[in-house]
Design a protein around this ligand. Structure first.
Ligand code: CMC
Length: 438
């Protein structure tokens, strides 16, 4: 830069503590699109103040170039590509490549990626033995988070998280093995024999076969199911810094191996406020039972003294219709027509609930629209998949995003262990009172 160019000061925000009059300039962290941030790191040193943001409603925990959401405008991009285009034109493996590498693959690169994933579909026989240690009625999510964490014991070299090649091998292993592990949990639930992967099949076809094939009968892959599953997988592949992804980043920041890290993400996703919502939607629809009972449940959802919420409605970030919900709703309606099940009580209840909630002032004023899990729950039910598998299917899809986020975090040059602070509101120092004197 020549010396006669005017010096443009870096943008800052000044924070003044009105109690003392002291102030500090905080640098602005620029975004490529959407909200920029304030670097609050100098706050504590200069003013002895911390930021307070329960639920992280206004906190950017990292810089990320993977996924962009504008909740107000209802936008979702993976690496800059709108979700609508990817859902219509792409495949789940192509989207996984995009999330991991940052670019869409060329045809030879996609073939190579598919081969690398396919090489890793088998799991060690020792892993299969774990399944039989679970209770016969164990929830498949409980099994999945256990066996994914247990993979750490089979790949000790994965501890080398500083080695990019080693991280990539773990990524292929996790994406390749997740369908095998998930289908294994389903087979155990049904008391059926495990089905080994067939590497001649596509990713989704293979998963469906491992779930539904039986050794005694030929298995025909249903293209309706493959299409529905491909769309669910693409729509769920990543969603920036949600609870499970933040869990993955925080767990992984201690540089623990990726199998333990992803197992932590699975635990977080399981909750009904997050990925467990698709299963909760079905339980709610069954609880409502009939269209005539809907007003009573809507009244309960509005009652502040009743903890009941309409599952599958509302979103922390989207204050517009969730763009994923818009896409998946279309698939959902087509599927219900194709399977001719719209008239069945459960689907009738779902569609009527959607209609009423979209017209009700309580939901409109709070911008509580049906979310992606409302429709994915209905689709998976219409496909005859056991309700307890719904969140497992979410895990399969989100594994790609979690790994991309974990790799981005580990590769940050100034990566440090995540360590939030707190505002202490407990007792100040006091002296121990002997038991006899209390
Ligand atoms: N039913 C009834 N009322 C609701 C609902 C709902 N599903 N969601 C939010 N509200 C009300 C809430 O009671 C509050 O009302 P008020 O202002 O009168 O106190 C207002 O809406 C704002 O709610 P909030 O709890 O501050 O919103 P949040 O951003 O913290 O929560 C949410 C987001 C997704 C956890 C919540 O909407 C919810 O519990 N929804 C049902 C569970 C669900 O479907 N979760 C899946 C989310 S999408 C998949 C994913 O990304 O994981």
């Amino acid at each position: 830069m020549s010396s006669d160019q005017p010096h443009i000061p870096a943008p800052t925000v000044t924070v003044t503590d009105n109690r003392t009059g002291s102030s500090v300039d905080l640098p602005i962290v620029s975004s490529s699109h959407g909200a920029s941030g304030i670097d609050v790191r100098p706050l504590q040193k200069s003013l002895d103040l911390l930021t307070f943001d329960p639920g992280f409603m206004s906190t950017a925990s990292c810089r990320s170039a993977i996924t962009y959401i504008d909740g107000g405008a209802g936008l979702l991009w993976y690496r800059g590509y709108p979700i609508e285009q990817l859902a219509e034109k792409s495949s789940f493996l192509e989207v996984s490549y995009l999330l991991l590498s940052g670019e869409l693959p060329s045809a030879p690169h996609l073939d190579r990626f598919r081969d690398l994933i396919t090489q890793h579909t088998m799991v060690h026989e020792g892993v299969l033995k774990f399944y039989h240690g679970f209770r016969h009625d164990a929830h498949p999510m409980a099994i999945l988070l256990g066996v994914v964490g247990a993979l750490s014991a089979f790949y000790p070299e994965a501890m080398e998280v500083s080695d990019p090649a080693c991280r990539m091998t773990s990524a292929y292993r996790l994406i390749g093995k997740m369908p095998t592990l998930a289908a294994g949990a389903f087979k155990y639930l049904r008391g059926e024999p495990f089905i080994y992967p067939d590497d001649s099949l596509g990713y989704i076809e293979n998963f469906l076969r491992m779930m539904f094939a039986l050794p005694a009968a030929p298995y025909r892959i249903n293209p309706v199911m493959v299409r529905a599953m491909e769309s669910i997988f693409i729509l769920h592949a990543d969603h920036e810094q949600n609870a499970s992804t933040s869990t993955v980043r925080l767990a992984g920041s201690s540089r623990v191996n990726p199998f333990a890290t992803i197992s932590a993400g699975i635990s977080s996703l399981w909750g009904p406020s997050h990925g467990g919502a698709n299963e909760a939607v079905l339980h709610m629809l069954q609880q409502i039972g009939d269209v005539k009972n809907i007003p009573q449940f809507i009244a309960r959802a509005k009652d502040r003294n009743d903890p009941f919420r309409l599952m599958g409605f509302g979103h922390r970030v989207y204050k517009q219709y969730d763009p994923r919900a818009r896409i998946i709703r279309k698939h959902c309606m087509e599927l219900l027509d194709e399977l001719d099940v719209r008239g069945q009580p459960l689907f009738k209840t779902a569609l009527e609930l959607e209609r009423i909630a979209l017209e009700d002032d309580y939901f409109i004023s709070r911008q509580l629209y049906p979310n992606v899990d409302f429709y994915s729950g209905i689709i998976l039910k219409a496909l005859g998949i056991d309700t307890s598998m719904f969140t497992v299917i979410f895990v399969l899809a989100r594994t790609a995003g979690w790994i991309a986020q974990w790799m981005e975090m580990i590769a940050e040059p100034d990566q440090r262990i995540g360590r939030p602070r707190q505002i202490y509101v407990g007792q100040t120092q006091r002296d121990y009172v002997p038991l006899a004197a209390r």
